[in-house]
Design a protein around this ligand. Structure first.
Ligand code: ADP
Ligand code: MG
Length: 231
């Protein structure tokens, strides 16, 4: 996988451990993991132009090697509805980042398609010193943070392994359709889990990977945020 190799090589050369969201999402795309459409903008005008091409609503996010948790730094704005809001949002994020960390290196701002709300799930990978690349699956938010309702399996994974990771969650009924929420596309999630397994097996330099959140829909799923940390 050519782009993946180039991105990892370049980060190594520059001594960077955390890949940028743009880099992580290009890698995900190369492995068939669906991500929100995005473009990197370097000015307000460029951001507005790209928003027009992608379509509204738009999400803007800071791209900086010095900012890992973008929301905490005031680096994420969602639901921008027109070119003026996008141009003003661009300025606002730059201001927020300067206040948060004056010397942060700013690569640009990601202009991104806003994914409709779905059922939020998380796929992770961690390189365990004993077992090697290990994949994690769970539902987003309180299910992971408070209830620790997640499943782990050592990679490489088969589609059956992935299916088990999903269906054995305590919260599985939430993915299987309830009240007026339709069932989530389990096959799409199995694909994301198996692609993640393939990716971390191919690229042993990956120490941690976090697709958080992924929006799961009745048809398909979309990764909204991707983080990759190298050893
Ligand atoms: P971070 O985790 O670094 O703070 P995220 O990229 O996860 O930044 O953005 C924070 C939150 O904003 C996400 O959890 C999600 O709720 C929302 N969000 C971010 N990007 C999008 C998008 N493209 N579409 C819809 N919601 C988004
Ligand atoms: Mg996130």
């Amino acid at each position: 996988m050519k782009q993946t190799k180039n991105i990892v090589d370049q980060a190594k050369q520059e001594g960077r451990k955390a890949l940028l969201e743009t880099e992580a999402k290009i890698i995900c795309s190369e492995y068939g993991i669906p991500v929100t459409r995005f473009n990197l903008a370097k000015s307000e005008t460029e951001a507005a132009e790209q928003a027009e091409k992608i379509g509204y609503p738009i999400v803007l996010k800071i791209v900086s090697p010095d900012i890992i948790h973008k929301t905490d730094a005031g680096g994420v704005l969602v639901n921008l509805k027109n070119a003026t809001e996008v141009a003003n949002g661009y300025k606002k994020i730059i201001e927020n980042i300067k206040k948060h960390k004056a010397d942060a290196k700013i690569v640009g701002i990601l202009v991104q398609e806003m994914a409709p709300q779905g059922t939020e799930v998380i796929v992770g990978a961690i390189k365990d010193p004993q077992f090697g690349q290990t994949i994690m699956f769970g539902l987003g938010g309180i299910f992971v943070e408070m209830l620790k309702d997640v499943n782990f399996r050592v990679a490489p994974l088969t589609p059956d392994d992935a299916k088990e990771m999903i269906t054995k969650l305590k919260a599985f009924p939430l993915l299987n359709g309830y009240r007026n929420t339709p069932p989530s596309d389990i096959d799409a999630l199995i694909n994301i889990i198996c692609s993640t397994s393939r990716l971390v097996m191919d690229v042993p330099e990956i120490k941690e990977l976090d697709l958080n959140p992924i929006m799961a829909y009745n048809k398909g799923a979309k990764t909204v945020d991707a983080r990759i940390i190298l050893e």
